[in-house]
Design a protein around this ligand. Structure first.
Ligand SMILES: *Cc1c(COP(=O)(O)O)cnc(C)c1O
Length: 295
């Protein structure tokens, strides 16, 4: 690739289905003081890494997860993601996106009415604690690795990028942090990153590079460019997915090709997880399931 490439493997954290949600939620758990018997309510897509991680953490803690999952079509009951949530003992509702807020409110009052201590966690763990988790992780890595010129990371809600950007600012000659969008357009994505930075450092001016050129069809969709970046990485033994990390890696390859990252530069690719997304993307619903969804 013509650069010195390092990969931060958050996909290998010692946690089932590791990834950036593990760091964010570990900080969230600490900040909110989650305990056994508490109820954790959150929302996300049926295939949300955030929701799966909440279900895992609840099971480990002896807490109870209630997931409000949104889907416009009825998901297959045998989907790997729903099966896993059931095995973990999580309860869930599958609702249309217009019904998320009212369902959360209903469940909140239901559990409170039974005397439970309830934590409502914003979708994607898009919280100040989630940003702080990545300030700490970024500082740790940058203290171990000298002379990083660029960090490239997949960016969705932007909390991960916000934390890494703040970390980069705290080291001398810190790297330029590029968040490669997995869905959002630049204006919306950049303002979300700025807002997340302001939760932690309201007075700092931070340059935000939210790159929306490699979205490749929108959230969960992908085309040939993402696909070939993913294939290239797998062929080198680096597992990437088509929803998140493959888009970021495609962005990294293109930035090198366009000369936006100079030959010989030291580049840190921050791997945020996504193996389960990769597996889901390889499974196409069967014809009968499709027919079911149309009914
Ligand atoms: C959630 C997620 C992201 C995006 O993280 P944000 O902090 O929301 O930008 C990236 N990669 C994977 C695998 C994720 O699950």
């Amino acid at each position: 690739m013509g650069v010195q490439l390092w990969v931060k493997r958050d996909d290998l954290l010692p946690f089932p289905l590791a990834g950036n949600k593990v760091r964010k939620l570990a900080y969230e758990a600490g900040a909110a003081g989650w305990c056994a018997n508490d109820v954790l309510i959150t929302n996300g897509g049926v295939d949300s890494n955030h929701c799966r991680t909440v279900a895992f953490m609840a099971a480990r803690l002896g807490a109870h997860a209630h997931l409000v999952l949104h889907s416009e079509v009825r998901p297959s009951n045998s989907s790997a993601s729903l099966t896993l949530m059931r095995e973990l003992g999580a309860n869930f509702d599958v609702v249309k996106s217009g019904e998320i807020a009212s369902t959360i409110a209903e469940r909140l009052s239901h559990y409170r009415g039974r005397g439970c201590r309830v934590h409502v966690i914003p979708g994607g763990a898009h919280t100040p604690a989630g940003v702080r988790a990545y300030v700490a992780a970024g500082l740790r890595v940058l203290s171990e690795l000298d002379g990083v010129d660029h960090i490239v990371v997949a960016s969705g809600t932007g909390a991960t990028q916000a934390g890494l950007s703040l970390a980069a600012l705290q080291v001398s000659h810190g790297p330029r942090v590029t968040g490669v969008s997995v869905a959002r357009g630049r204006a919306r994505g950049e303002s979300a990153v700025r807002q997340a930075i302001a939760w932690v450092e309201p007075l700092k001016h931070v340059e935000v590079d939210f790159d929306d050129r490699f979205v490749d069809g929108g959230y969960g969709a992908y085309g040939n460019e993402t696909r070939s970046a993913v294939q290239l990485a797998w062929a080198s033994g680096l597992p990437l997915d088509t929803t998140y990390t493959g888009k970021a890696f495609n962005g990294l390859l293109k930035k090198i090709r366009f000369g936006e990252i100079s030959p010989g530069a030291t580049v840190l690719f921050w791997h945020t997880g996504g193996l389960m997304n990769y597996l889901a993307s390889t499974v196409r619903p069967s014809r009968s399931e499709l027919a079911e969804d149309l009914r």
